[in-house]
Design a binder for this molecule. Structure first.
Ligand code: HAM
Length: 419
C-alpha cells in the first residue's frame, strides 16, 4: 500500500527547509530588537477555548476545526490559530500580575479543514506576535511596523498595508443595525451565504468574495462613519503614528477579518502577485478576548504571518536566500587505515566547529570527489597510506583549484585559517 501525506499538508524537505530556518531566524532577530520573547503553546487545546475565543459564527469554528474526543471524552481541537492559546496561557499563568506590557512571539503549525488550493492548506505554519496589557495606539503601529520591518529584512517589496477600525462592541452594535437594514433592503442580490449572515453576523458579509455581492458591499454604509469618540480617537492616533513612521496604507472599510475577537484596529498586508490567497499576514486589536475566555480585562493586539504564503511571495519576487549548507571540508580517503584515521580527524574537525564530511559508501577516489562536488564542499583533502606515513596532505580549494601542502597534525588549525 502506498501511503501518502494527508490532503492539504506539505513535507518541507531540504534544501527548502533551510529557507524556512532562514525566515525563522530573521524573525527571531527582528522580534528581539522590539523586546518580544518566544512563547511555546500546545498544539491542541480544549475546544471551548476556540468556540468562545474565535466565535461560534466564524467559518473556522463552524466548519474548519479538527475536533475530536480524547480517551476521557473531553473535546479537543488542534489549534486553528495561536492568539486564543497565547492569551489563555497569559491568563492561566497570571502573567498579568507582572509589569506590563507583555510581548510574545510564536512559530508553528496551525490546522484548518479548508479546501486546499495554492496558498491555502489544512496544516499551515504561522509566525505570530501578541502584545498584552496596553491599549496605546502607538503599540498598534509598533506591531505593524515590526511586521513590515521583517518583510523588508527578508527582501520583500510591493506589499500593501490595509487598515480599518472595527470599533468597540458599543459602536459596532449601532453600525451593525444600520448595515443589517441596508443588507435587508438589498437581500435579493446577495448570495445564499450572505443572506444567512445578515442575521447571524452581518459584518462577515463585507468579507464575501462572491462577485455578485461586490456591488452591494461597495455601496454599503462604512463602519468608520459610526465610530464613537474613543474609537475615532484611537483610529486617528493609529493613522498619525503610521504617518510619523512614513508607512503607506490604504483604509479599507470592508476589512473585517475572519475571526470575531477584533476591536478597533484591524490590518492586513497583501501582495497582489499571490492570486486569490493574497494576504501574507493579518492581525489587529482584541481588547474583549480576555474577558471572553478568562473573565479578565486585558488589552491585546497582534498579527500572524502565513509562512507558506510568505515563502511563495519571496520565490515570486526572486528574493535570494543567503543559504550555505556546504561543508567546509570533505575528506577523501584511500584504504582502510586512512579511513580509520580520517574518521577520528572528522570527529576532531567537527568538535573544533568545522563542518566536515566523509564518504560512507566505499566509493572510489573519483566517486568521493564527485560526492564532494555534489555537496559543494569548499575544500577537499585526500588521505591515503602515503599521506599518513609522511604526515602531510594536500588541501584543495574546490572553487579556485588552488592546492596547499600541510602537515596533517595542523589540519584543524589550517582549516580554521582558511574558512
Ligand atoms: P488569520 O488571518 O486567520 O489570523 O491568519 C493569519 C495568516 O495565516 C493569514 O494571513 C495567512 O497568511 C495564514 N493562513 C491562514 N489560513 C491559512 C491556510 N489555510 N493556509 C495557509 N495559510 C493560512 C490569525 O490567525 C490571527 N490569530 C492573527 C492575529 C494574531 N490576530 C491578532 N493576533
Amino acid at each position: 500500500m502506498n501511503i501518502k501525506a494527508p490532503r492539504g499538508t506539505n513535507d518541507i524537505l531540504p534544501p527548502f527547509s533551510l529557507k524556512w530556518q532562514y525566515i525563522e531566524k530573521t524573525a527571531r532577530e527582528i522580534f528581539d530588537l522590539y523586546n518580544y520573547q518566544e512563547i511555546r503553546i500546545p498544539i491542541f487545546e480544549y475546544t471551548e477555548l476556540f468556540q468562545r475565543g474565535i466565535g461560534e459564527l466564524t467559518d473556522i469554528v463552524e466548519k474548519e476545526m479538527y475536533t475530536f474526543e480524547d480517551k476521557s471524552g473531553r473535546s479537543i481541537t488542534l489549534r486553528p490559530e495561536g492568539t486564543a492559546s497565547v492569551l489563555r496561557s497569559f491568563l492561566e499563568n497570571k502573567i498579568y500580575g507582572k509589569a506590563q506590557p507583555t510581548k510574545y512571539y510564536y512559530m508553528g503549525p496551525m490546522f484548518r479543514y479548508e479546501r486546499p488550493q495554492s496558498g491555502r492548506y489544512r496544516q499551515f505554519n504561522q509566525i505570530g506576535v501578541e502584545v498584552f496589557g496596553t491599549d496605546d495606539p502607538s503599540v498598534d503601529v509598533e506591531v505593524i511596523s515590526m511586521g513590515m520591518h521583517l518583510m523588508k529584512a527578508l527582501g520583500l517589496e510591493e506589499l500593501e498595508l490595509y487598515i480599518n477600525s472595527i470599533a468597540c462592541p458599543e459602536c459596532r452594535q449601532q453600525y451593525e443595525k444600520i448595515l443589517k437594514d441596508y443588507l435587508n433592503e438589498n437581500r435579493e442580490e446577495l448570495c445564499d451565504d450572505c443572506k444567512r449572515r445578515i442575521d447571524t453576523n452581518p459584518l462577515r458579509v463585507l468579507d464575501c468574495k462572491n462577485k455578485s455581492c461586490q456591488g452591494i458591499i461597495h455601496n454599503a454604509p462604512v463602519i468608520t462613519d459610526y465610530l464613537c469618540d474613543n474609537c475615532q480617537k484611537h483610529f486617528d492616533k493609529v493613522k498619525k503614528y503610521l504617518d510619523l513612521l512614513e508607512i503607506d496604507y490604504t483604509i479599507d472599510p470592508t476589512l473585517v477579518r475572519g475571526l470575531d475577537y477584533y476591536t478597533n484596529t484591524a490590518f492586513e498586508i497583501k501582495y497582489s502577485g499571490l492570486g486569490a490567497q493574497d494576504t501574507i499576514f493579518g492581525g489587529g486589536r482584541y481588547n474583549g478576548l480576555a474577558e471572553e475566555i478568562g473573565n479578565k480585562s486585558v488589552a491585546g493586539i497582534g498579527f500572524a504571518i502565513g509562512l507558506e504564503r510568505l515563502l511563495m511571495t519571496m520565490e515570486e519576487q526572486g528574493v535570494e536566500f543567503p543559504l550555505d549548507s556546504s561543508p567546509d571540508l570533505y575528506i577523501t580517503t584511500i584504504g582502510e587505515k586512512a579511513r580509520e584515521e580520517s574518521f577520528v580527524m572528522l570527529d576532531n574537525l567537527r568538535k573544533a566547529g568545522l563542518k566536515a564530511a566523509i564518504d560512507y559508501n566505499n566509493r572510489s577516489v573519483k566517486g568521493q570527489m564527485k560526492a564532494a562536488d555534489r555537496l559543494n564542499a569548499n575544500y577537499t583533502v585526500i588521505i591515503g597510506d602515503n599521506e599518513l606515513e609522511q604526515g602531510f596532505a594536500t588541501i584543495r580549494n574546490m572553487k579556485s583549484g588552488e592546492e596547499k601542502e600541510i602537515e596533517l597534525a595542523d589540519l584543524i588549525e589550517e582549516m580554521q585559517k582558511l574558512i
